[in-house]
Design a protein around this ligand. Structure first.
Ligand code: ATP
Ligand code: MG
Length: 552
């Protein structure tokens, strides 16, 4: 798709341009720092497009760094999935992949430096006691009885922590800052805790793990990150970020800037909630096409370009917002409208028999793959005496607004002839089982010769060549715009978010590969699902042709 060429400016770009102009930095380095405890989602895509996009626009670098300090929740499968997703979105990190765990030894040394400066202490108060001592937003905290332990004793305790001499929860290393600070994160935050956990990168080497706030700023400094971009909830933590950098012999002085996270209507973007959807089988997995994960969007039929375009359109600000799902859908619609070949599929078939069409005859018609792009070529469409049309496209009686097939009236079969409905056959329950028609053999690619006007055009699939397919009609996963604000968000799941129908598709679709996208004429944009087999085609609806959600 033609991506917006012009990069709209934003406050981050303004900061960078100033820093480059004033010589604060010669070049910029950003990073994308996911924690490998889940799959990436569309919110992460915003951060990825921002960080990698800035590096590319200003000829800088962008690192991929796994923020892997919680071994119990992380694993190598998440690491691999995240790498895949970043590359699928069209980005490549500078050099090797980095891990915070690469720096465990250095982080330990910096922590020891704080201990030696009297700026960190080992606290043996239990976890509950530490929590009590923190105070509240309106009440200052209280000093721990371990706050004034001598440097020498703290050194020994911290070494013993590393050597596994203490139990989990028995003690932790805390920064000695200010228990009365208005910023909770400055009230002697924990820097290291004990965890006898196996780590996906460092195996069993460590039994103490550094906390995010201590790890992140030092990792940024070690990688020479110039602009460390994160979401607004870390605004207060910037004090701690700067405190750590100022109080250790840091090799560089990275700066943190915050922007507002993406919130998207009709979905949830919290990893905890996404994990719950997967674990409790509300969806089929991380790549369920209804999930807002990159893997889910890909399987749904979203293209990397459409996601990048979305991230450009939403922009980067410091304002909290809830973006309309319609905006994301518009991006994929724009892409597929221009780039997806057309095909015909009937989702709810009813048979028509063209009685004046010769028995046993079949002909091969030619249909353009795209109405406005001849370079996409043509495909062959077999046509015969019996074809499927959409049950919905026929009425026994209708007013003039109904531009489809009506008993006694004419309609055009797309890319084929004009037909007229003569009579219907019904089962005992009164359901139409077959519509008998006649056709005008002189209307292939041209209007009727006597000047009759035939306005309606409907899609169809030839009965003897059509292929049965499972068609997954996906819709928004939640039926309310802000499920996260519901008491229990899973109660707001849209019960109709997946309806599977058996339809019939034109035979050219047997050549499709997994992920190939099509506009099924008049019914929407679809792509071939990974579960598809040559024996049983499976298509996923990516998005409807128009935004009908507003009218519901
Ligand atoms: P969650 O809060 O759902 O667990 P997270 O922020 O902890 O997500 P990380 O893996 O730590 O997930 O995120 C990696 C990067 O992506 C961080 O820099 C984070 O700020 C950014 N990010 C995460 N969610 C969003 C979002 N909704 N919008 C923009 N950026 C996001
Ligand atoms: Mg995080």
């Amino acid at each position: 798709m033609a991506e917006t060429e012009h990069r709209p400016t934003n406050f981050v770009r303004q900061i960078i341009e100033k820093d480059l102009q004033n010589g604060v930095h010669q070049t910029i380095t950003t990073r994308f720092p996911p924690e490998p405890n889940g799959y990436l989602h569309i919110g992460h895509a915003k951060s990825i497009c921002l960080n990698f996009g800035l590096a590319s626009d200003y000829q800088g670098q962008c690192n991929l760094r796994f923020d892997d300090t919680n071994p119990e929740k992380e694993n190598i499968d998440f690491v691999n999935a995240i790498k895949n997703d970043v590359q699928w979105l069209g980005f490549q990190w500078s050099g090797d992949v980095h891990y915070s765990s690469d720096y465990f030894e250095k982080l330990y040394d910096y922590a020891m430096e704080l201990v030696e400066k009297g700026l960190a202490y080992v606290d043996f108060s239990g976890q509950d006691a530490v929590r009590e001592m923190r105070g509240t937003l309106t009440q200052p905290g209280t000093n721990s009885p371990y706050r004034d332990t001598s440097v020498e004793e703290n050194r020994e305790h911290f070494i013993a922590m590393r050597e596994g001499k203490y139990q989990e929860g028995e003690c932790s290393l805390r920064a000695k800052i200010d228990m009365a600070s208005p910023f909770m994160c400055m009230r002697d935050p924990v820097l290291y805790r004990i965890k006898f956990a196996h780590h996906h990168q460092t195996a069993d080497k460590w039994c103490i793990y550094p906390m995010y706030d201590f790890t992140h700023c030092i990792s940024d400094a070690l990688e020479n990150i110039t602009h460390s971009l994160c979401t607004l909830e870390f605004q207060d933590n910037r004090r701690l970020y700067d405190w750590v950098i100022e109080n250790i012999s840091a090799p560089a002085t990275p700066r943190q800037y915050e922007f507002s996270r993406l919130n998207l209507e009709y979905t949830v973007l919290s990893k905890r909630k996404l994990i719950q959807l997967v674990d409790e089988n509300f969806v089929s997995g991380w790549d369920d096409p209804r999930m807002p994960t990159i893997a889910g969007l890909k399987r749904r039929g979203y293209t990397p370009a459409s996601i990048r375009e979305f991230c450009l359109r939403i922009g980067v600000t410091k304002m909290d917002n809830l973006v309309e799902m319609g905006m994301l859908e518009a991006c994929i619609r724009d892409d597929l409208n221009a780039n997806a070949p057309r095909a015909m599929a009937v989702l709810d078939p009813v048979k028509i028999v063209i009685e004046n069409y010769p028995q046993e005859q079949t002909e091969t018609l030619k249909a353009p793959n795209h109405p406005n792009d001849e370079s996409m070529g043509y495909r062959e469409l077999p046509f015969g005496r019996e074809v499927w049309i959409e049950a919905d496209d026929f009425r026994e009686e209708a007013n003039k607004k109904f531009k489809r097939l009506v008993l006694g009236k004419e309609v055009r079969l797309r890319n084929a002839y004009v037909i007229k409905a003569e009579r219907v056959e019904k089962d005992d329950a009164g359901n139409i089982t077959c519509i008998f028609c006649t056709y005008d053999a002189n209307t292939l690619g041209k209007d009727p010769e006597d000047g009759r006007k035939v306005k309606g055009v409907i899609h169809w699939v030839d009965c003897s060549h059509g292929i049965k397919a499972d068609i997954n009609l996906y819709d928004r996963l939640f039926s309310v715009p802000n499920p996260a604000s519901a008491e229990n968000f899973v109660d707001t799941i849209n019960p109709d978010s997946l309806i599977t129908v058996t339809g019939v598709v034109e035979p050219s679709l047997t050549n499709a590969s997994v992920g190939d996208a099509f506009q099924f004429e008049r019914t929407g944009y679809f792509c071939l699902d990974a579960n598809s087999t040559p024996e049983r085609l499976v298509f996923n609806r990516t998005v409807e042709l128009r935004d009908t959600w507003k009218d519901r």
